[in-house]
Design a protein around this ligand. Structure first.
Ligand code: BG6
Length: 470
């Protein structure tokens, strides 16, 4: 008997800038993701072609159907619909997503859509410094309403922003330039707040415009273990989760920052500017469910503040995402876990913990929108990819899902990352996640042929048996 409910949704995911290519075709505007991909080292792939989904979507949806997918989670490119981020609408962009959505539905695949996945239209950066300015909120709301109006009759499950809680910490995603760095935390705090307002307004618009629509955030989820059982380390681990993820969910649920986060903003003197009426907007925009992306867990020890390093000050140690914070936490390596070739600490049990924790805290349905293993796959001479390491990873994480369901967590579905190989968010094309291999290298486009990996056949059987055979 299957450990997954009958209506469990089996899916796979992608995002616009990582899969589509066609970055300036048919009137699409440049995005922050495009801009930075072209700035990176000359040995990495950029967004210009990516997996070429923009031209091969029919073939790719055919592969999804053959796989048995029940949902496909993808993002709409804001700048394909509205090239400057606000104002003029690009009909060709709208037509493209109409075709994709119709084709998915014709093939029995439910479209699950993210409005904004790391790809802010670059023109908004030039005009307003992006999310630093409140005008970005109105631009986003206009875009969100456009999507709900055009696609809301067929798309019922929406995510507003992908990983706001992680994106806000990555300078290149927020387009924090060097001249801003001395006041980066102030700007970051303002941008974060504006995105929360935009999120809440989009939730409200979805409820008003999409019949039976459900909408929520897609958070970057993890859980942090204390390095030792000293109370300070336990506190540090809890604060690492609180300050990097839970404050965000608390805001989406309660419409206000939790006390510990306000304390941090106050001690750093970086409280965002607010306006009358904001509070009501934030309260009204409560999420309907929680979409979560899960890859790894973290480990932390306590990092005391001292006279030269005041509480709350951030320290970067090479990795801009996992920063340390004086008076709070220091990220550590967990020697008990295996590490992927790209440095992620692999931890299926961590997923069970996260699912239980989120369900206990918020009591809302959960949907896994990303989970997968990045690896440099090898194509054999017989045109095969034997990615048993990926199968092991996915199997163990699906087992964790089954256990969490038995624990009582309401898990609606599992959508792995990624449906086919696509551009890694910051490490080019060599780092692959797909069930389908795309025959290209970072710089050599080859023939972009699609080749099913062993994991494709394995997942096909998982879906066919509703997870009975993992
Ligand atoms: C998630 C993002 O954080 O992680 C995806 O939502 C990203 O866009 C995925 O691709 C894996 O990260 P990376 O950097 O290995 O591509």
């Amino acid at each position: 008997m299957s450990r997954f409910p009958k209506n469990f949704l089996w899916g796979a995911s992608s995002s616009a800038f990582q899969i589509e290519g066609g970055w300036k075709e048919d009137g699409k505007g440049m995005t922050v993701a495009d801009y930075y991909s072209f700035q990176r080292s000359a040995i990495q792939a950029d967004t210009s072609i990516a997996s070429d989904f923009y031209h091969r979507w029919k073939e790719d949806i055919g592969l999804m159907k053959e796989l048995g997918l029940q949902m496909y989670r993808f993002s709409i490119s804001w700048a394909r619909l509205i090239p400057e981020g606000e104002g003029r609408v690009n009909q060709k962009g709208i037509d493209f997503y109409h075709q994709v959505i119709d084709c998915l539905l014709e093939n029995g695949i439910q479209p699950v859509v993210t409005l904004y996945h790391f790809d802010l239209p670059y023109e908004l950066v030039k005009r307003y410094n992006g999310w630093a300015d409140r005008r970005c909120i109105s631009a986003f709301l206009h875009y969100a309403r456009l999507c709900f109006r055009h696609f809301g009759d067929r798309v019922k499950c929406w995510q507003v922003i992908n990983e706001q809680n992680l994106m806000i910490r990555v300078d290149e995603r927020m387009n924090l330039c060097e001249s801003d760095l001395w006041r980066a935390d102030q700007i970051r705090s303002q941008m974060d707040y504006h995105m929360f307002l935009a999120h809440a307004l989009a939730v409200e618009a979805c409820h008003e415009m999409v019949k039976n629509g459900k909408v929520g955030p897609a958070v970057s989820s993890t859980c942090t273990y204390p390095l030792t059982n000293q109370p300070e380390d336990v506190w540090a681990a809890k604060m690492n989760d609180a300050m990097k993820t839970l404050y965000c969910l608390d805001m989406h649920y309660n419409g206000k920052y939790p006390g510990y986060y306000l304390r941090y903003l106050n001690e750093r003197n970086i409280l965002p500017r607010t306006e009358p009426g904001d509070e009501a907007v934030l309260k009204k925009g409560r999420m309907d469910y929680i979409a979560l992306n899960y890859y790894r867990t973290l480990c932390a020890s306590y990092l005391p503040a001292d006279r030269t390093h005041p509480r709350g000050l951030r320290v970067f140690r090479g990795n801009e995402v996992d920063f340390d914070q004086y008076g709070y936490f220091r990220d550590e390596r967990n020697v008990n876990l295996k590490t992927s070739e790209y440095g992620a600490q692999i931890d299926p049990l961590g997923l069970r913990i996260v699912l239980n924790e989120y369900y206990r805290r918020y009591g809302l349905p959960l949907l896994i929108t990303e989970n997968g293993l990045g690896a440099a796959d090898t194509l054999t001479l017989e045109d095969k990819i034997h990615d048993d390491y990926r199968i092991d990873y996915l199997r163990e994480h699906l087992n964790a899902c089954a256990l969490a369901i038995e624990d009582g967590a309401e898990l609606m579905g599992y959508s792995l990352w990624s449906v086919i190989d696509l551009l890694s968010s910051h490490q080019g094309f060599r780092k692959r996640y797909g069930l389908v291999y795309v025959n290209r290298d970072d710089l050599d486009l080859k023939d972009l042929r699609r080749i099913k990996k062993d994991s494709y056949y394995w997942y096909q059987n998982v879906i066919r048996t509703n997870g009975e055979e993992l």
